[in-house]
Design a protein around this ligand. Structure first.
Ligand SMILES: Cc1ncc(COP(=O)(O)O)c(C=O)c1O
Length: 503
């Protein structure tokens, strides 16, 4: 096995598989003595359930395994290592208190098939979380089932479709501004709707006259993100909702950016009929990344009959009190997730809500907005900033001023890695060519923000004086610039025994 060494760090960047480290007879665990009768498995389970062939698992020691995974973990960028300024699909810091609460055995070790009487604490948590989310957003009811923001959107549009169908209407279109996240048109299209894009105005927000031109009785819904993905508050939201409602349509609110609004404004008060929450963007749960996330959906009472069943219900004292799962939703869109959704996320979000309380959440939103504006104020004299002068939770820059040096947004993002930062979201929103989208969130200190700005300013200076070093970045990582135009040429990762020589 060969390993090339990274010039900057002097470390081997290749890591073999545990299977390659396997040595016959090497073990990493000592099992306790058998404390149950030794039975012939085949006679109990039947031959189809028992394998006698070698599973071919790696035979490795504990230290082999610990070092392997610890080494791999150092290859990752992580929000626990530093600012993670990814706009839109933001990953905000997850307080460790949430982790502690989610690991309480009553939550972490409960079996989902326990009878309701044994799940009262958990059902109460779900009910309380629903109430809290409804209060923050101004919605009437909430479902916790969807596994991600995107699935929440799907659920919301399904409910909108069910609502129109229950009224005997078959509407064909969903209107979506051109600044929307890609999941919006995908959710509408998956529900069989034709997606009609509406251009945002030169100031980056949607204008009533542009909506009016496209709003007809064929339109089932407007999907509106507020603040939008340019980090701008849709100031006409109430009028936009009125225009849609006047023609019998509904307004879907993409609530992914609620982190900018808590305690300041509630989507439900602004005319939104249904919205999803991205727990990872607002209530500090880890981002599912296609995995075990959570994207609860809040609805106004008109859509409540269509909520995914079952729904947690607080029983009256006359029914014996406590909490129960209500399956009686004849107009429900159906179940979206097994059991109760991704429970660990719900517990973390509830812990976050309770530990901050009303004033704490309000303070979070104010700090998130202040931080984004601080970044924009420090960067806009050097980088092209197409919108502003002030923003909400995130700010957008572009590579326009880097063009004379032949340096692009992609180059800048790669060079930021050398400064120890996960790159921001790039080339989104689509309405900004060469977009660099930065969402610092509320957790960064002033010094942390200044360090990040200094890194960006340093890259901008380097782009003018030594563009090659930016265009060939990253230089300090285990792998250099990948040829992203040829994904088929994937690097083979191998372990170099020499790198372990001084272990
Ligand atoms: C504006 C917006 N809408 C929808 C989504 C989709 O959410 P998720 O990644 O949880 O599916 C995101 C991503 O976080 C987003 O930023």
């Amino acid at each position: 096995m060969t390993a090339r060494r990274n010039a900057t760090r002097g470390t081997a960047y290749e890591e073999g598989l545990l299977f390659e480290r396997s040595r016959p007879g090497r073990v990493g665990a000592a099992l306790p003595p058998l404390d149950v009768p030794d039975v012939d498995a085949e006679s109990v389970l039947g031959s189809r359930a028992v394998r006698d062939d070698d599973l071919g698992l790696p035979e490795v020691s504990e230290v082999d395994v610990v070092r392997h995974f610890t080494r791999l973990s150092t290859w990752n960028a992580a929000v626990d290592l530093g600012l993670y300024p990814l706009g839109s699909c933001t990953m905000k810091y997850n307080p460790k208190l949430n982790e502690k609460i989610a690991r309480l055995p009553g939550f972490a070790a409960s079996h989902p098939l326990l009878p309701e009487s044994e799940l009262q604490g958990f059902l109460e948590l779900c009910w309380r979380l629903e109430q809290a989310l409804a209060e923050v957003s101004g919605m009437d009811r909430v479902t916790l089932q969807p596994a991600a923001g995107a699935q929440g959107e799907l659920a919301g549009i399904m409910m909108i479709r069910a609502y129109h169908e229950a009224r005997g209407e078959r509407r064909r279109q969903v209107l979506i501004p051109d600044t929307a996240h890609g999941t919006n048109p995908a959710s509408a299209a998956l529900n069989g709707y034709e997606v009609v894009a509406i251009p945002s105005g030169p100031d980056g927000i949607l204008h009533p006259e542009d909506l009016e031109k496209r709003m007809t009785p064929e339109v089932a819904a407007l999907m509106l993100t507020n603040p939008n993905t340019l980090g701008l508050f849709e100031t006409h939201v109430a009028r936009l909702a009125e225009i849609v409602h006047d023609q019998g349509g509904l307004v879907y609110g993409d609530g992914a950016n609620l982190n900018a609004l808590m305690g300041e404004a509630r989507p439900g008060d602004l005319g939104i009929d249904v919205m999803h929450f991205n727990l990872h963007k607002t209530f500090s749960t880890p981002h599912g990344g296609g995995g075990p996330g959570a994207g609860p959906v809040g609805v106004k009472n008109i859509l409540a009959p269509h909520l995914p069943a079952p729904v947690v219900r607080k029983r009256d004292e006359s029914e014996g009190g406590g909490f129960t799962l209500d399956h009686e939703f004849p107009h429900s869109i159906g179940r979206l997730h097994g059991f109760f959704g991704n429970v660990g996320m719900l517990v973390r979000a509830y812990a976050y809500l309770r530990s901050l309380g009303r004033d704490g959440l309000h303070h979070c939103s104010r700090m998130a907005v202040l931080n984004a504006n601080y970044l924009l104020a420090r960067l806009r004299s050097v980088f092209h900033a197409p919108y502003g002068p002030t923003v909400m939770h995130e700010c957008i820059l572009s590579d326009r001023h880097l063009e004379p040096a032949g340096v692009t947004t992609l180059d800048l993002a790669k060079r930021l890695i050398d400064h120890g930062y996960h790159p921001p979201t790039i080339y989104f929103p689509l309405v900004v060519p060469g977009a660099i989208m930065i969402e610092p969130t509320e957790s960064e200190s002033l010094e942390g923000l200044d360090r990040f700005v200094d890194a960006l300013l340093e890259i901008e200076r380097e782009a003018r004086e030594d563009p090659e070093s930016v265009k060939t970045a990253p230089h300090a990582t285990r792998l250099g610039r990948l040829d992203e135009t040829r994904a088929a040429r994937r690097p083979v990762l191998r372990w170099d025994p020499a790198s372990d020589a001084d272990d």
